[in-house]
Design a protein around this ligand. Structure first.
Ligand code: F6R
Length: 357
């Protein structure tokens, strides 16, 4: 099934452009317009607040989803880690809708919250890759990721599919409310798919970056601002879970409030710069760590790139950059793990679906 691929993870990274194109096909009506089950769109638009509940990588996708939904559909969104929500429940709004994001649809922490919110009488939508999974069966509504089976423990194509579905949901909800959205999401996702393809073709460069920065390091920091912050959280999770390098993602501006103490001579710091309004400030943060000896690796987006950037991703819509910028981070994590002799698909201490709380 892996075909010529040494690991499922690499195959699944490569499948991402195809998954995005498949989603464009799946979520459109006979007229070829972006479309989502009307009942679901209505439930979203009737809610006064959306509560996204998820774990791990799916939680990171939820953070990006919050940005998309708040910007496009103008509905307030909170994103919660499932295991915390259960024991530290936030004050709920009058008319909440719960959105459970789960690749497997079997994650016990998320299910525990679903059971509780159902008891409270709240509506729920599950976004999952697995039709008929527990979270799908138990929620009122389901949106499928259509990513095909994800075998590698480290989630890749499910993450980008989750973000794409959330983007489509945000756009359709906005349109249903009669809001004028100045973005053609279907077209922009097509551009994203092409960008992803180009990024998958840049494997050699990512392998080189992994070799240069991560071959022997003990730790690695990822920094980003605005939506790049959410993506670096995911980049750090990918790297630590498969390569066992201690990796942390930070908001660029937050480093100086403590974490910068950990920067030593040669400490790798990977910075994302895909957002115009924070382009200069993230570069300022890079200068701060370089002054303390860090070995910086700036990954920027075309149009915002500057001299010395290590890699430039193709330009995509500013709200959809996570779909592109995560690909190099996935590949860097993959090659770092590979070079360090790790079992990429089956990292120690982890299971594909976590069915205990
Ligand atoms: C990381 C990873 C995990 C899962 C998390 C939630 O690569 O795969 O962090 O994202 O366990 O799993 P699902 O999405 O199946 O609920």
């Amino acid at each position: 099934e892996k075909g010529t691929y040494p690991y499922y993870m690499l195959k699944e990274i490569d499948e991402q452009p195809l998954v995005i194109r498949r989603l464009i096909e799946k979520y459109r009506n006979e007229q070829g317009e972006l479309a989502i089950d009307e009942e679901i769109v209505q439930a979203v638009n009737e809610a006064d607040r959306l509560y996204i509940v998820a774990c791990g990588t799916s939680y990171h996708a939820g953070l990006v989803g919050k940005q998309l939904i708040e910007n496009w559909a103008k509905i307030p969104v909170e994103v919660h880690i499932a295991s915390e929500f259960s024991y530290n429940m936030p004050l709920l709004s009058e008319k909440p809708l719960f959105i459970y994001i789960s690749q497997s649809g079997e994650t016990a922490d998320s299910r525990a919250v679903l059971v509780r919110t159902k008891e409270l009488g709240h509506k729920s939508l599950t976004i999952t890759n697995v039709p008929g999974s527990t979270l799908s069966r138990e929620a009122d509504y389901t949106l499928l990721l259509h990513a095909g089976p994800e075998i590698a423990v480290a989630s890749t194509k499910a993450y980008t599919a989750q973000i794409a579905v959330l983007a489509m949901l945000a756009a359709v909800a906005a349109k249903a409310k009669g809001m004028a959205l100045d973005v053609d999401v279907t077209k922009e996702l097509g551009i994203v798919a092409n960008a992803m393809e180009a990024l998958c073709d840049a494997k050699h460069e990512m392998e080189q970056i992994a070799r240069e920065y991560l071959a022997t390091t003990r730790n690695c920091f990822f920094i980003g601002r605005a939506v790049d912050y959410y993506v670096v959280l995911e980049g750090a999770l990918k790297l630590k879970e498969i390569s066992y390098i201690q990796a942390e993602g930070f908001a660029g501006g937050e480093l100086k409030h403590g974490t910068i103490a950990l920067i030593e001579n040669g400490t790798p710091v990977i910075a994302l710069a895909t957002q115009e309004h924070v382009n200069l400030s993230i570069r300022g943060n890079v200068k701060e760590v370089v002054a303390r000896g860090a070995n910086p690796c700036i990954i920027s987006m075309k149009g915002l790139d500057m001299e010395g950037d290590r890699f430039v991703i193709p330009a995509v819509h500013p709200m959809l950059t996570p779909l592109a910028s995560v690909v190099p981070l996935q590949l860097i994590a993959y090659y770092a793990a590979l070079h360090r002799g790790c079992d990429v698909d089956k990292p120690r201490n982890l299971a594909k679906s976590v069915t205990v709380e």
